[in-house]
Design a protein around this ligand. Structure first.
Ligand SMILES: C[S@@+](CC[C@H](N)C(=O)[O-])C[C@H]1O[C@@H](n2cnc3c(N)ncnc32)[C@H](O)[C@@H]1O
Length: 192
């Protein structure tokens, strides 16, 4: 089941809203050498760059075949070999990634889902201890040219509270990711 308000505009428009390299660098992805999962990857705006940054594998997950095809096409064109697009519905089947097997999970522009805590619990489940969940979303305190309606758009504080409910520990943020987004990072720590 597709999450609410998750239709995508044309790629040229979508990619103009972000500075993916700056976003990943400021959230600390360049320090990760292991495997990454991008849940709800869309056009691969972040997965493609993540695959260039890390030495491990990047799993790019989306429910839409059109998005999976777009990511596959880019990986082929750019000879990126450590990127694996996977079609899945995380709402009904989870991420299909084994327990404690990856080092970073990207939840970018997706936490307006109907059940954000379940999605964050899924991130926690698949992370190795010490792994990071990185979150971005559209700013809630200024006009943005796109993004879910303000009634369902989460604030950074809401995302942080949900992440902690899912067992994740805040490690960075909220930071401003101009022009339209904020970002947060969380880690999976050892159980006390
Ligand atoms: C707003 S877009 C964000 C794309 C990407 N994370 C980014 O920031 O560029 C949300 C994406 O999540 C996907 N999606 C929605 N519901 C999903 C589900 N249940 N399982 C997997 N992907 C889903 C949509 O197809 C869409 O590509």
């Amino acid at each position: 089941m597709k999450i609410r308000d998750s239709g995508m505009p044309p790629e040229e428009m979508w990619s103009g809203f972000f500075s993916p390299g700056e976003t990943l660098r400021r959230l600390g992805l360049s320090e990760i050498t292991g495997d990454v999962v991008d849940i709800g990857c869309g056009y691969g705006t972040f997965s493609i760059l993540a695959a260039r940054l890390v030495r491990g594998k990047v799993y790019a997950l989306d429910i839409e075949q059109e998005m999976i095809d777009a990511v596959k096409r880019k990986a082929t064109e750019q000879t990126i070999q450590n990127l694996e697009p996977i079609r899945c519905d995380f709402m009904t089947a989870g991420s299909l990634i084994p327990d404690a097997s990856v080092d970073a999970v990207l939840l970018f522009n997706i936490l307006h889902t109907e059940d954000p805590v379940s999605l964050l619990r899924e991130a926690h489940r698949i992370l190795r201890t010490g792994g990071m969940t990185l979150v971005t979303h559209w700013s809630t305190d200024k006009q943005t040219p796109r993004g879910p309606s303000l009634e369902i758009r989460p604030t950074a504080e809401q995302c942080a509270a949900w992440a902690q409910e899912a067992g994740l520990t805040p490690s960075l943020g909220p930071i401003d990711l101009p022009p339209h987004h904020y970002g947060l990072a969380f880690t999976k720590q050892d159980k006390p």
